[in-house]
Design a protein around this ligand. Structure first.
Ligand code: SAM
Length: 342
């Protein structure tokens, strides 16, 4: 059977790179923009849905955050009443699958869409229909996701298993509760890397945090029970001072050396020229145990991000095995890599 169309989402401004990655990976793929820089539609004549999703999941494109299959597509109805009826009709059409299952409803729209409801209002129109069909409606840990994406002239409806969307958050927009006492928003990057790469940080015991101030990442590592050596000429947040598991070295990371095998985790969020960062991290590689992990943000400061990333991966590849490369939702002009010490 021929592949259905999919709606794909990337971080704002990065859809062209997601499209480029897909063109290289799947020659012949048809791509068309929906919300500029962010959302697009794709289709490929040579694949079934299952084949394409399997290929995608085997090696996720760096800049592709989320996809969902277009199970049904309709022209934008003329009135709110007709739109509400269309939402209800689609939900009712999934009754057989929904029965006895946990279903999440995710509604998004492009900026230029005349879709007359907020996400919450649209959800409120859909959930009673699903409940009537015997479903439990949930926000997380669903068996099925009902997706709605409204653009200027059309509404796309999707019905899929969460793992086939790459992310089970609406459009891949990961939300963490803003925990009390969070030192910096940068902490979200580490929390997202932990879940996206399925790499529980509590598994490690001793971390080297390069570019640690003010201490968002450090505080996450301390919370997970790790001993942390934080390196940064800048000051750490006062709430961390005197922590028994923390040592702060007020130094430039390029001036350091440690005994071999001192750390089983290196994290680095220096927000600096990524080639310099790579040099520093590589110099410090002997301080890591064999098999130690590294989580590093790569700043994309040049015009050709895919080429920059390829060059950096080749350089990191001399001392590390590259495990994953992903632009996380909380990455702005950067991507995050997970490497393992060879
Ligand atoms: C984006 S901030 C890090 C935020 C931190 N991850 C957090 O969660 O709070 C970047 C930090 O890298 C530090 N930095 C930049 N170059 C450095 C170097 N060569 N050695 C050590 N720290 C460096 C800066 O002083 C700055 O505090």
């Amino acid at each position: 059977m021929k592949m259905t169309a999919f709606i794909a989402t990337a971080n704002p401004g990065f859809a062209p790179y997601a499209m480029e990655e897909l063109r290289r990976r799947f020659p012949g793929i048809a791509l068309s923009g929906l919300a500029p820089g962010e959302t697009f539609r794709l289709q490929h004549d040579d694949y079934s849905d299952e084949e394409w999703i399997a290929a995608l999941r085997r090696d996720e494109p760096i800049f592709l955050r989320h996809v969902f299959p277009v199970t049904e597509e309709i022209a934008m109805p003329a009135s709110p009443e007709e739109t509400a009826a269309a939402l209800a009709r689609f939900a009712a059409s999934r009754s057989a699958d929904a029965k006895g299952s946990a279903v999440a409803v995710q509604v998004r729209k492009s900026q230029d869409s005349p879709f007359p409801f907020s996400s919450a209002e649209a959800r409120d129109l859909i959930t009673p229909i699903l409940r009537e069909a015997g479903a439990e409606t949930v926000a997380r840990d669903a068996r099925w996701i009902l997706s709605v994406y409204a653009v200027k002239k059309a509404i796309y409806f999707g019905w899929s298993a969460p793992r086939d969307n790459l992310s089970d958050w609406p459009g891949g927009a990961v939300r963490f509760r803003r925990e009390e006492g969070l030192i910096s928003r940068a902490a979200f990057k580490l929390l997202e890397a932990e879940t996206t790469f399925d790499l529980p940080l509590a598994r490690f015991s001793s971390a080297l945090d390069l570019g640690a101030a003010p201490g968002g990442w450090t505080s996450v590592l301390l919370e997970r029970g790790l001993r942390v050596t934080a390196v940064d000429p800048a000051e750490m947040h006062p709430s961390l001072s005197g922590h028994p598991m923390l040592r702060h070295l007020r130094q430039n990371a390029s001036e350091l050396s440690f005994r071999p095998g001192s750390f089983d985790l290196l994290v680095c969020d220096m927000s600096w020229d990524p080639h310099h960062t790579c040099k520093i991290v590589t110099q410090l590689a002997p301080a890591l145990t064999a098999g130690a992990s590294g989580l590093i943000t790569l700043k994309l400061m040049y015009r050709k991000p895919l080429q920059t990333i390829a060059d950096l991966l080749a350089a990191y590849g001399e001392s590390f095995e590259i495990r994953r490369v992903k632009q996380l939702f909380h990455n702005r002009d950067e991507v995050t890599i997970w490497v393992r010490r060879l």
